[in-house]
Design a protein around this ligand. Structure first.
Ligand SMILES: [Zn+2]
Length: 93
């Protein structure tokens, strides 16, 4: 396993530490392991519900996501608070 400096990455919207997670195969593009903000109180995530509803009439939102190798920031679409949480990689301290 390569070491990712996840502790150095924080969400610019809520200042939470980003969590490393494994992207499901069907959504995979680019990096297989990515970083995202899983804070349910994050303003980006909370505002996403309204935005998605107004734009697409979709009950979905998105979380702040960073691809650590490419450095790209893109929204990670989620359909519930729990979505993708089971993909979070917990590391030993
Ligand atoms: Zn956040």
């Amino acid at each position: 396993m390569s070491e990712l400096p996840s502790s150095e990455h924080r969400c610019p919207h809520c200042d939470s530490q980003l969590e490393e997670f494994e992207i499901p195969n069907e959504l995979a593009w680019g990096d297989a392991t990515q970083l995202a903000c899983f804070n349910d109180d994050c303003s980006y995530f909370k505002e996403g519900w309204d935005w998605m509803w107004e734009q697409y009439r979709a009950k979905a939102s998105y979380r702040y996501r960073l691809c650590p190798y490419s450095g790209k920031v893109t929204p990670l679409a989620v359909w519930s608070n729990e979505a993708l949480r089971d993909r979070i990689i917990k590391r030993e301290n």
